[in-house]
Design a protein around this ligand. Structure first.
Ligand SMILES: [Zn+2]
Length: 140
């Protein structure tokens, strides 16, 4: 690649929030990309340490909360595959009400991107505010 690409502003902001909640596996390397060339789209590739990559994108025409939810869906798919490959439980982010059953689902609640229990429909926590083990995380 000769030209240095930069991560889209909306995509960067949304990814920051989602990756904050991703505590169970190492965060992916985020590589700016223009694979999604729809008007108003911002896209990137997520690269796992094992070299597997996946494309994610968002539509900047959507309200910010919907951008985050749409992106969270895609990051969740990526994370499930990573967890599966690592032979770890794939229910990220774990539902506090049903920790052994299912992951939470990203939903827009009151104009906020929120992790919800898919069974009870309860809004558990805003995306980007999942309590994690901050001390265990690398301070890079
Ligand atoms: Zn649940």
């Amino acid at each position: 690649m000769s030209d240095e690409r930069r991560l889209g502003e909306h995509l960067g902001r949304a990814l920051d929030r989602i990756l904050h909640d991703l505590t169970d596996i190492p965060a992916p390397r985020v590589e700016p990309s223009d694979w999604q060339d729809w008007p108003g789209a911002e896209s990137a590739c997520l690269w796992a340490p094992d070299g597997s990559g996946t494309g994610v994108w968002l539509d900047t025409a959507l309200p910010p909360a919907e951008q985050v939810v749409h992106l969270a869906d895609q990051v969740q798919e990526w994370a499930v595959e990573e967890l599966c490959a690592a032979r770890r439980p794939t229910n990220w982010p774990r539902c506090p009400e049903h920790p052994d059953n299912h992951p939470m689902t990203p939903v827009v609640v009151d104009s906020r991107a929120t992790w919800c229990c898919p069974r009870s429909g309860r809004a558990v926590v805003e995306i980007g505010r999942l309590p994690g083990d901050d001390a265990a995380r690398e301070s890079s």
